[in-house]
Write a protein that binds this ligand. Structure first.
Ligand code: TGC
Ligand code: FAD
Length: 390
């Protein structure tokens, strides 16, 4: 484990409980054993490592904050964050799979679902028997999901769903999809659509240069008959999906930090070993500037998510605070990945090291769950009281 320590310049470990450190260690060891050795090949081949679904289920990475009675971990938010950090130290796509399953599929079923829905779906999502996906984005409505066209009409004991979702993580392998669609009154509601329902298909999205080890697809609904018992009964309006996004964005803030840590660790070690002009490149001031800036930004980001996690645990974190951490940590991670890549010279562009894969992955991470621009405007609205969207 010695070569795989977190950078921890401000002794943030002292702020963690024994249980939180143990959880981090378990996930870190899993990533070292099962993810790091295989992920580069899967990413190069643009293939989803399906075995990780069951593995992460067994490990408790799906729905760690969901109560134990529904198969969740019953853990606190800092434990959840640390899990995401360690998964994304391995690969952003692996963390994506866990984020979607826990925060975007299990959370809405737990928070907005009926008791029957909770009992039917949550235990099997928690243990990885079923993979889920979350359909909000559409071809013509990404940053502004309120305009969505996907809709359903009443047909007695069921509804008829029509429309399409795009850019959906996990879609090609998902057993169920939590889909956001408008009812006949134009109100947004959540429906659980199951694979095998007639008229429901999940075409794969090809040719991505980013998140290549994560499967992305569309959700197409052509007069799909969905039983009314599959509608999430306890929420209406955009606050339903946005509430899920708050949980997932929180996990991404920690996850992006994990990717940044891996890039920093790699660049630091490489720079001490790589000799040019008869000395390690780590001895050059320009390389030290890069490393000094990286560790400074990582340290600030660690403190940001630790404090945010404490606020989440107390139920006091606002969606706007989550937004700031998501944006900041994605931004510092992608900057660190770019600088770290340069420090490895030509070697840095190959799959021999993880950095180029992280850098390409982070282009998705800084875009999904609200783009960098959208999160800037959320903060702008919060501090000025003026809505720049409308
Ligand atoms: P607006 O009028 O501001 O809000 C509508 C209602 O929602 C409430 N709300 C929130 N609730 C919880 N959490 C949040 N983050 C919330 N933001 C807003 C709000 O209070 C209001 O409630 P109520 O009771 O008054 O009805 O809505 P708007 O239409 O103006 O939109 C605001 C905007 C632009 C910030 C929002 O649309 C937005 O965040 N857009 C970005 C879209 C986005 O993030 N899409 C992500 C798709 S999923 C994904 O990318 C998964 S990738 C996963 C992976 O692979 O890891
Ligand atoms: P657009 O909204 O068209 O934005 C284009 C550009 O315009 C961006 O730079 C944006 O910042 C800017 N812009 C937009 N509005 C404004 C404004 N008001 N002011 C200033 N600038 C603005 N979605 C899901 O529902 N489920 C998933 O599982 C999922 N997984 C994804 C996986 C991957 C790999 C990717 C790439 C995306 C995924 N998404 C998912 C979709 C993702 O959430 C959207 O791509 C994202 O919300 C942006 O929407 P868009 O791509 O339509 O871009």
């Amino acid at each position: 484990t010695d070569t795989f320590q977190s950078p921890d310049y401000y002794l943030v470990d002292e702020l963690l409980t024994g249980e939180q450190k143990l959880i981090r260690e378990v996930v870190r060891n899993y990533v070292k054993k099962e993810i790091t050795p295989i992920i580069e090949d899967y990413a190069q081949r643009a293939e989803f490592p399906q075995q990780i679904v069951q593995q992460m289920g067994e490990l408790g990475c799906f729905g760690p904050t969901i109560p134990v009675e529904y198969g969740g971990g019953g853990l606190d938010y800092i434990s959840y964050g640390l899990m995401m950090q360690e998964l994304e130290r391995g690969d952003s796509g692996v963390r994506s799979t866990a984020s979607v399953q826990g925060s975007l599929v299990m959370f809405p079923i737990y928070q907005y679902g009926s008791e029957a829905q909770r009992n039917k779906y949550l235990p099997r999502l928690a243990n990885g028997e079923w993979l889920g996906c979350f359909g909000l984005t559409e071809p013509d409505f990404g940053s502004d999901p309120s305009g969505m066209l996907t809709s359903f009409t009443d047909a007695g004991d069921h509804v008829i769903l029509n429309g399409a979702k795009m850019w959906i993580s996990n879609a090609p392998y998902a057993a169920i999809a939590v889909v956001w669609a408008k009812n006949e009154q134009g109100e947004i509601q959540g429906l659980i659509v199951e694979r095998g329902m007639q008229g429901f298909s999940t075409p794969t999205t090809h040719n991505k240069w980013s998140l290549r080890a994560s499967a992305t697809g569309e959700l197409v609904f052509d007069h799909v008959k969905v039983p009314k018992e599959n509608i999430l009964p306890n929420v209406k309006g955009l606050k339903g999906p946005l509430g899920c996004l708050t949980k997932a964005r929180y996990g991404i803030a920690w996850g992006a930090l994990g990717a940044a840590m891996d890039c920093y660790d790699t660049a630091l070690q490489y720079s001490k070993e790589r000799i040019q002009f008869d000395r390690p490149i780590a001895g050059f001031q320009l390389q030290q500037k890069k490393l000094a800036e990286m560790i400074t930004e990582i340290t600030k980001a660690q403190l940001l998510v630790w404090r945010l996690g404490a606020l989440m645990n107390e139920g006091k974190a606002t969606p706007q605070q989550v937004s700031m951490a998501k944006r900041n940590n994605c931004e510092i991670a992608i900057t660190i990945a770019r600088e770290a890549r340069q420090m490895l010279g030509g070697t840095g562009i190959t799959g021999e090291y993880s950095i180029m894969r992280h850098l390409m992955n982070l282009e998705s991470v800084i875009t999904y769950e609200g783009t960098h621009d959208i999160h800037l405007l959320i903060t702008g609205m919060d501090v000025t009281g003026i809505n720049a969207f409308k």
